[in-house]
Design a protein. Structure first.
Length: 83
């Protein structure tokens, strides 16, 4: 595996929290930060795909403001009935 070192500045309290979590998980700070970066990138990629899907779906089914208001009202009513 080809690796490159990157210098990153952290606020002291955040670095302490990173070190605490790394210690409780028996791994290095670098391992923890690599996983955090991978998870962040994966989440952004999945969210981007979800928003693109929603945009395409919305384009294929044009909605009016009234349609959206009715959906919101229906959702709120369903949610309150479940309580």
């Amino acid at each position: 595996m080809n690796t490159t070192t990157a210098n990153i500045a952290f606020q002291g309290s955040l670095l302490s929290e990173i070190d605490r979590v790394a210690l409780t998980e028996s791994r290095s700070r670098s391992e923890l930060l690599r996983e955090a970066a991978r998870l962040y990138i994966d989440r952004k990629r999945r969210r981007g795909k979800l928003f693109a899907y929603g945009k395409n779906l919305a384009a294929s089914r044009p909605l009016t403001e009234n349609d959206i208001a009715m959906e919101i009202q229906s959702h709120r009513q369903n949610r309150s009935e479940k309580r």
